[in-house]
Design a protein around this ligand. Structure first.
Ligand SMILES: Cc1cc2nc3c(=O)[nH]c(=O)nc-3n(C[C@H](O)[C@H](O)[C@H](O)COP(=O)(O)OP(=O)(O)OC[C@H]3O[C@@H](n4cnc5c(N)ncnc54)[C@H](O)[C@@H]3O)c2cc1C
Length: 505
């Protein structure tokens, strides 16, 4: 057997493994019960978390998924994107090898196929945790088909009518359609098609400088594409602190991404096989030529086609299903969770909201969405993670804030690792140590923010974090350094002079 045939066979096996787990082709929907305690529409992170929790409490559960279990996160979101980002980081660090005493490696990546094969293997492996066999073993009735409400307490799934006491809609979101003239006609990539690429585009145009655009622009640039990114705002990641966004911009530029900020895409056209993207910046028109266009212009909630009207569930095609703070929709039997109703569209937020919806729907809970503190992270290099309030939000709420900042260049482990870009910024309410929010920009900011998340969620103040012994040297030590900076501000002049005299003695 030739190497090419062997590799095609193993690719097919990986694909078969994935499908066997997330949507077996031979699946036959079960005979439905007369009445379910809970019906879940959507088998992404929110739907799966809801199913598991409800079954653990012994409730009868049916889950309807029209495509693949695991939803966006497993199939075309968090998992595939992080797998290819990892490959891009490894390549980048090989190029930096000279700094570490090895022979520098500067050739562009040639085996893009291998990167994608690795990604698909990882996706198939992680799919094990989302597998239909696992759900069935837990006692969940899984229906693979579209769900459509036919009344306030009945869902039509395939050819079955499923009656429910309570339901959770967790249908997620999809790439927001673009209104850029001609883009639909000439074709473009989204997060749903990007991970099916088999060849590295020589020139890639990225529209939008949000998390998706920035993460993939950097990764593809590191693989060797010439990446051109256009963002109509003056900064990338417009929600983040300006200095964090600036570090990201500098990092993308250093990698070789061609950056066009304050730039709007006004049209696209074909020139032979090439795609021409027409741009406007400060009134000046210009164009760039690329092989592929990736649109990362936001996500639209999946609310259409479910006949939510029949169930009395109100929604908006822009913001999703209307829910109150308990995640209850306008039909009191029906709740929503995840991307279909949340402003912050993340896997961990989807799962956390599902747990709230389940407690409130099935256990007379009164858990509130607003009580959650949700961190998030953009997995560029460096990563940009945030939790809680931004300074501008605190100002808008007239909350006085003091900020403690540690630069990563002053953190021993960041220096030893040559990862000095970034900072840890922790905001406290002025005159107290109550942590209101934090931004971390660092190689592993997504890991570091969890320590601050634990503190906020448990009501631990910044002062106490100074007492937590951190392993040395670690980049998370920057959090302790910020806490120590806070403690130094607590020394009154008298205490300061007493300490000084005592030390002198
Ligand atoms: C490229 C990319 C990278 C990302 N990276 C991260 C990351 O690093 N970290 C992070 O936290 N988040 C990340 N996200 C976001 C994350 O994937 C989503 O927030 C998460 O998947 C939301 O989960 P969900 O269950 O609400 O919806 P989804 O995962 O979208 O699942 C919804 C499910 O409902 C099904 N469905 C829809 N309509 C129907 C219907 N009528 N009948 C039956 N089934 C239906 C869909 O097929 C889907 O399987 C990323 C997203 C993208 C696109």
């Amino acid at each position: 057997m030739s190497a090419a045939t062997a590799s095609a066979k193993s690719e097919q096996a990986t694909q078969d493994d994935l499908l066997r787990r997330v949507h077996p082709p031979e699946w036959v929907n079960p005979a439905p019960r007369k009445l379910y305690d809970l019906i879940i529409v959507g088998g992404g992170p929110a739907g799966l978390a809801a199913a598991e929790l409800a079954r653990r409490q012994g409730r009868s559960v049916a889950l309807v998924e029209r495509h693949h279990l695991g939803g966006t996160s497993l199939n075309s979101g968090s998992i595939p994107s992080k797998a290819i980002i990892r490959a891009a980081r490894v390549l980048m660090s090989m190029r930096d090898d000279e700094d570490y005493g090895a022979v520098a490696f500067s050739a562009p990546l040639t085996d893009f196929g291998a990167v994608m094969v690795r990604m698909r293997g990882i996706r198939a492996r992680i799919a094990e945790y989302h597998a239909v066999d696992r759900l069935s073993a837990q006692g969940v009735d899984v229906f693979f088909c579209d769900a459509r409400f036919v009344g306030p307490n009945v869902v039509f799934a395939g050819d079955a009518h499923l009656s429910f006491k309570k339901a959770i809609v967790a249908t997620g979101a999809r790439p927001r359609p673009s209104n850029i003239p001609n883009l639909e006609q000439i074709g473009y990539l989204t997060s749903e098609s990007m991970f099916n690429l088999t060849e590295l585009p020589k020139r890639l145009g990225v529209i939008g400088g949000g998390p998706l655009g920035c993460e993939l622009a950097q990764a593809f640039c590191r693989f060797g594409s010439h990446v051109i990114i256009a963002q109509d705002d003056p900064m990338f990641l417009p929600k983040e602190e300006r200095d964090a966004a600036q570090i990201l911009s500098d990092s993308l530029a250093r990698d070789g991404v061609e950056i066009h900020l304050n730039t709007t895409v006004v049209g696209v056209r074909l020139d032979g096989k090439r795609k021409i993207v027409e741009l406007v910046c400060a009134g000046d028109k210009f164009s760039v030529s690329v092989d592929e266009i990736l649109a990362g212009i936001g996500r639209a909630p999946n609310v259409e086609g479910m006949n939510l009207e029949a169930a009395g569930v109100r929604y908006d095609t822009g913001t999703g299903i209307h829910v109150n703070d308990f995640l209850q929709t306008t039909n009191r039997r029906i709740y929503a969770a995840g991307d279909v109703c949340l402003e912050h569209k993340f896997t961990h937020a989807a799962e956390a909201s599902a747990r709230i919806a389940i407690r409130n729907a099935l256990f007379l809970g009164r858990k509130r969405l607003s009580a959650l503190t949700i961190p998030w992270c953009t997995y560029t290099d460096p990563e940009i993670a945030h939790i809680g309030l931004y300074v501008r939000e605190a100002r808008e709420k007239a909350i006085p804030v003091t900020t403690f900042t540690i630069l990563m260049q002053d953190v021993d482990r960041a220096v030893t690792d040559g990862e000095e870009q970034g900072f840890v910024k922790i905001h406290v309410r002025q005159g107290s140590d109550r942590i209101l929010g934090a931004t971390v920009v660092a190689r592993h900011a997504g890991e570091m923010i969890n320590g601050i998340s634990l503190a906020i969620t448990s009501g631990i103040g910044l002062r106490a974090l100074a007492r937590v012994i951190h392993t040395y040297p670690t980049q998370a030590g920057a959090i302790k350094m910020a806490a120590e900076a806070y403690n130094r501000t607590r020394l009154t002049p008298t205490l300061k002079s007493l300490t000084k005299r005592w030390l002198a003695w």
